[in-house]
Design a protein around this ligand. Sequence first.
Ligand code: P6P
Length: 339
Amino acid sequence: MTKTNQTLGEFIIGHQESFKYSSGELSRLINSIRLAAKVVNHEVNKAGLVDIVGEVGETNVQGEDQKKLDVYANEKFIQTLINREIVCGIASEENDNYITIQGHNEKHNNKYVVLMDPLDGSSNIDVNVSVGTIFSIYRRVTPIGQPVEMEDFLQPGNQQVAAGYIIYGTSTMLVYSTGHGVNGFTLNPAIGTYYLSHPNMKIPEEGQIYSINEGNYVHFPQGVKDYIKYCQLEDEENGKTPYTARYIGSLVSDFHRNLIKGGIYIYPKSSKANNGKLRLLYECNPMAFLAEQAGGKASNGFHRILDIKPSELHERVPFFCGSTKMVEKAEKMMAEAER
Ligand code: P6P
């Protein structure tokens, strides 16, 4: 993967054709996400130094303690998106209901809706482990007026026009796709510019890394247990060596490593959580979009994630995502266990 010194701005200008029919609005939307990410990155990077870490004393719709950075990131992304007058609605993990945005023209005819997890993996903030922002972008379906939940927000993932994440790790990266492949941009914090460091990212078809919280093993369905055993199998005759277990507890970080090295991330259903933990609209759909754009696969163990018709804003689905052959092997074992 050749690194380049092309900036994100130059890349977007050079790829206007991939934003066709958007008259530049989608590129402006990506740019607003880029700007908000720089602001959030600045706070995440000094989280240990100022009184912004720790719990704000409220809980979000998931019933999880909201860490101050969660709230801060949510406010920054929402504020930036509203200011740019490009979206007509926003849904966030941190908000029970979606937000509608009244444009200056009062017609609410801004073209896009954004769904996001403003700071995923936030339980890692206090222990200095990388976290991320995940976003998913759709063109609105209703022609004008305030966006409507069913038509505009509860669209299947195969209708996304763009999706991506920002990973606040050893370096800060923006990784996104508009349906024409996946590209990664690394922030130079000294000058606040993103550079195209990972052009045309492709996930290896096969990998040696599996990412799952094995602490829940006893609660997993039999097919998942069978697949974990397969990952650990030593079978010299068939050239199978045990895979490597890597699980950070931060979806964006586990996904990003597996995207580069090959691997599978699994958050299955269990006897403790009948639909798993991850949310379809602003975690699984955007990551599935990226996985497929990079040549990988994403399913709920049986069906393609992007074809699932959402029924509610914060619904959860089981999630198997990564190298195509690994996801297909897991699906096969899930099906065999169901027989
Ligand atoms: P568990 C973070 O809360 C998250 O949504 C993902 O980023 C992460 O992969 C998963 O949950 C971790 O969940 O139950 O293994 O701690």
